[in-house]
Design a protein around this ligand. Structure first.
Ligand code: 13P
Ligand code: SF4
Length: 394
């Protein structure tokens, strides 16, 4: 069988390219209509006791998040995974790159389970290791590689994190991107023409942080397109840049648009616009507040009763905030429905199936990063965890 480099559902690569890769569930996946699903999840969790720890990202469905021992943004969940050395099983209700990071940050004896292997991330799939290596070689040819520090957003595969680890770089999340960039620029104090950062894979988080928090200009930023020869850039453009942004984005946050902000403000002059930094620069420029999912939650919790908000992030979280704060006016910053389809792959039937399988002694959907990748990615993740004073939005 020939293997090809397919970007989506990468776990099935090389196994059976004809099937919907990575989604079959050995054993019985309970029916979504099963009225006992909640009771079954509770019973399985109780039977596993301290052996299992369930992590839930804020974008998860309500039906799943109710079983999380801890909820959080990507940074908090990475820290929580690292802080649970006694849990035999970490069940990660989130997406693949998060489960990979949890596996890297936990001991080899601990097993990380992703209830549905199809819970990937289209943004993470936009940066493939081969493409990144090609970009790195082009930077050597342009004579700038020694001045560049690679920084990858948590939303990337383990092999991209390993690339950063072995090339002097770091991982960041939406809640510590500024600190990570400050760290990165400080790594090359003697670089001719100033230090540069290669930021992957989310051009928007990179641009928003560089321009709005670090004082760089839009002219300091260039976009490396992995699908064009030389990234679509001349060696001179690379030499003049301070920030080389990977051409990747989140398809969920890419939907929010500045004209909706204008329309909402025209209707309600008191409304405050609160968005995630994965939104485009044009949207972020028009927002009142920008931050990670944890920051968004904390902002709404601290907001006075009667205040009015439009939130630009994934819909499960916005709906939950609206339900939890009926005394505040909370709207979604898009005219249409916009869930993250991969986050939504984790539903209650898959969670029940994963937990009951553990009770029966079978570890299903284990995320197991190979030892070399783990070692190198850990370097970049630990650099992130050691960054100073992360907690402006913690
Ligand atoms: P945070 O939870 O870190 O803000 O990340 C958002 C996101 O898109 C996760 O996929
Ligand atoms: Fe990926 Fe965007 Fe979904 Fe987050 S919300 S998992 S970045 S596609």
């Amino acid at each position: 069988m020939t293997t090809v480099d397919l970007p989506l559902l990468p776990l099935g690569r090389g196994v059976d390219l004809q099937s919907e890769r990575g989604v079959e569930c050995p054993g019985d996946l309970p029916a979504a209509s099963d009225p006992d699903l909640v009771a079954r999840a509770l019973a399985a969790k109780e039977a596993l006791g301290e052996r299992v720890f369930v992590l839930g990202h804020h974008y998860q469905r309500d039906e799943v998040i109710q079983f999380a021992d801890v909820t959080g943004d990507s940074f908090k969940l990475a820290r929580e995974a690292a802080a649970r050395p006694d849990a035999e099983f970490i069940v990660f209700c989130g997406v693949h790159f998060m489960a990979e990071s949890a596996d890297i940050l936990t001991s080899p004896a601990q097993q990380v389970v992703l209830p549905d292997l199809a819970a990937g991330c289209s943004m993470a799939d936009m940066a493939r290791l081969q493409q990144v290596e090609a970009a790195w070689d082009a930077m050597a040819e342009a004579g700038i590689q020694d001045s560049v520090v690679p920084v990858t957003y948590m939303n990337s595969s383990a092999d991209i994190k390993a690339f950063c680890g072995r090339n002097g770089g770091v991982v960041c999340t939406s809640s510590n991107a500024q600190t990570a960039l400050e760290w990165a620029y400080a790594q090359k104090p003697d670089a001719e023409g100033g230090a540069k950062v290669l930021f992957m894979p989310d051009q928007h988080l990179g641009r928003n942080t560089a321009v709005l928090q670090m004082g760089l200009t839009l002219e300091d930023c260039v976009v490396w397109d992995p699908h064009r020869p030389g990234g679509g850039l001349t060696p001179e453009q690379l030499r003049d840049a301070r920030m080389i942004l990977w051409k990747g984005h989140c398809s969920v946050h890419g939907r929010f648009s500045p004209d909706v902000v204008d329309a909402l403000r025209a209707k309600d002059p008191e409304i405050q616009i609160l968005v995630h930094p994965e939104c485009t620069h044009e949207v972020v420029l028009k927002a009142d507040l920008v931050g990670s999912t944890e920051f968004i939650i904390q902002t709404i919790e601290a907001a006075p009763a009667g205040s009015s908000w439009a939130i630009g992030t994934e819909l499960n979280l916005v709906k939950r905030l609206a339900d939890q704060h009926p005394d505040k006016k909370i709207a979604f910053l898009d005219r249409t429905v916009c869930y993250c389809s991969t986050m939504n792959r984790i539903d209650l039937p898959h969670l029940v199936w994963a937990l009951e399988s553990l009770v029966a002694g079978t570890v299903v959907n284990r995320i197991d990063v190979d030892p070399t990748t783990t070692e190198q990615a850990l370097v970049a993740l630990e650099r992130m965890l050691a960054l100073p004073g992360k907690t402006a939005k913690d």
